[in-house]
Every structure is written in C-alpha cells, then in structure tokens.
Design a protein. Structure first.
Length: 296
C-alpha cells in the first residue's frame, strides 16, 4: 500500500491537472464561440458563390473552358490535409490521418505505389505526421496562428498553380466538418478539377431564363472560378478551426471529469491509509502498555 505522503502528492498533482483542464476548457469555449460565428457566416457565402459559378458554367453550354475544369487521367494527386497546430483535442488530428490514409488506400492506391501522391499539410500536426511519410508541398505549419483569408489564399494558389501546370491531375481536401461541439465529421472533397454540376429537375424553369451578362460571360466565369476555389479552401480551414476548438472543449471537459473521479478514489485511498496507520499506532501503544504491565 502506498504511503500517506505518496497519496498526498498524487492528490495535489491531480488537482493541479484538473485546474489546467478546466482553464483549457474555458479558453476553448471562448475560441469556439468566435470560430463558430466565423464558419456560420462563411457557409452561406461559399455555397452561394459555388451555386452562381455552377449556374454560369451550365448556362455557358460548353462555350467557356476553364483551365481549372480540365479532366485528365489521374496519375498525380495532391491531398490537402487540414489539422491543428496543437494537440490535446481528443481524436481530432488522428481522424484526419486515418481519413487521408483510407482515401489513398481506397482511391489512389496505384498512384501511391508509384510515389505520385503529394500532401499539402495545413497545420503543424499534419506537417509533423506526413513529413515522415512522403513529399510535402509548401509549409503551412502556423496558418491558425493568424487565421485569415490571405494566409489560406497562398496555399490555395500553390495548389491551383500545381494543377494548372499539370503537376497534379486531382486535388482533394480532407478536413473535419463542424457539426456541433461534440460532433466533427471527416470530409474528403474534391477541389480540382471542378466537378460539373449535376442537372437539377426542380431548376428546369430557371435554366431557360435569358440572362444579360456584363461584362462577358467568359470574363465573369474566369474571374469567379479562382475566387471560388480559394473560398472553398478557406471554408474548409474555418470548418477545421471550429471543429478543433469543439473537440478540445469536449476533451478537456472529459479530462476534468476523469480527474474528479480519480480524486475521489485517491481521497478514499488516503483516508483508508490514514485510518490503517492510526489503528496500527493504537495497537502498538496498547501492546507496549500491556508489555510494561506484565513486566512489573
């Protein structure tokens, strides 16, 4: 059985850890509120921009050809893995690692065997993990330190340039989509080439509307496509950012609860050990008294 001092030291250690996890939970909750507001504001804009783009390309009837819509045989692949810069967020980062590995195994096994799968790691955890397993494109280890559209735009432009120059035939994003504080879903979305819009029977009445384009249809589409691609990547990063804080808040709450349970167990052990020590001392005193009485 552990001594009283050892149990006392463990109680103090667990109490200190519990205070840290409580503080981290509060910080994550504050950051989550801001991150959740950002993604909730961003989603409608990104969806509307993508809808406008698909409608315009559909109306173009094949007249407008974009360098970002070229369909090629998939020999070289770029996977954009989005994680966090820090840990202590439960399975948040490991789920991305598993998602990327599963994607490569199920969809790009031949390309991986030929060494033609490249990873763009956004977030320090992704960089540390994938740098040991193959080539990386760029260095985006501290995007979340000063998260803004401009910092993500650089990564998007590098991926777009690689596709445009033919160094990659397909670009896929893997990230955690924010659902709520306790739920984050790993998503794999194709960024390039642009996926043609599927015909929507409910929209047949609007597809025959005669639009007036100013400036030209081609110029509008060519301007919107790069902007839309950058926005889609920025949206994925915002989703991951909100998911990170939600996962960390949940993990720290669970850690705080576990620390409380451990404290209860340690205090019970401490009281039992203390009671056993007192009982032993009483028995020793009584035994000594009886020995003295017998010797007289």
């Amino acid at each position: 059985m552990a001594s009283l001092k050892e149990v006392r030291n463990r109680i103090v250690s667990v109490q200190s850890t519990q205070q840290i996890t409580k503080a981290m939970k509060m910080v994550a909750a504050a950051k989550l509120r801001r991150a959740q507001d950002n993604i909730l504001r961003m989603r409608p804009y990104a969806q509307r921009l993508n809808s406008i783009l698909t409608n315009l390309t559909g109306l173009a009837g094949g007249e407008v050809v974009s360098e970002y819509a070229v369909q090629r045989e998939v020999n070289r692949v770029l996977v954009i893995a989005i994680t966090s810069d820090r840990g202590l967020a439960g399975a948040f980062n490991s789920n991305i690692f598993k998602g990327v590995n599963a994607l490569v195994r199920e969809r790009y096994a031949a390309q991986a065997a030929a060494g033609n799968v490249t990873v763009m790691a956004i977030g320090k955890k992704a960089h540390d993990y994938f740098s040991k397993r193959g080539p990386l494109l760029g260095n985006y280890t501290h995007v979340f330190g000063k998260l803004s559209f401009d910092t993500v735009r650089v990564a998007a432009e590098e991926a777009m340039e690689g596709f445009r120059e033919g160094r990659f035939d397909e670009v896929v994003m893997v990230f955690n989509e924010f659902k709520n504080v306790a739920t984050q879903v790993v998503r794999a979305e194709q960024l390039l080439p642009l996926v043609p819009a599927e015909p929507n029977p409910a929209a047949t009445t609007t597809s025959n509307v005669d639009y007036i384009f100013e400036p030209s249809k081609e110029e509008i589409v060519q301007t919107l496509i790069p902007q839309s691609l950058k926005v889609q990547l920025y949206k994925a990063v915002l989703e991951s950012n909100a998911s990170e804080h939600g996962a960390r808040m949940t993990a720290m709450e669970k850690a705080t609860e576990n620390a409380g349970e451990l404290l209860k167990s340690l205090k019970l052990t401490y009281n039992r050990t203390r009671q056993a020590a007192i009982t032993t001392e009483i028995l020793e005193i009584v035994g000594g008294a009886e020995a003295l009485a017998a010797s007289r």
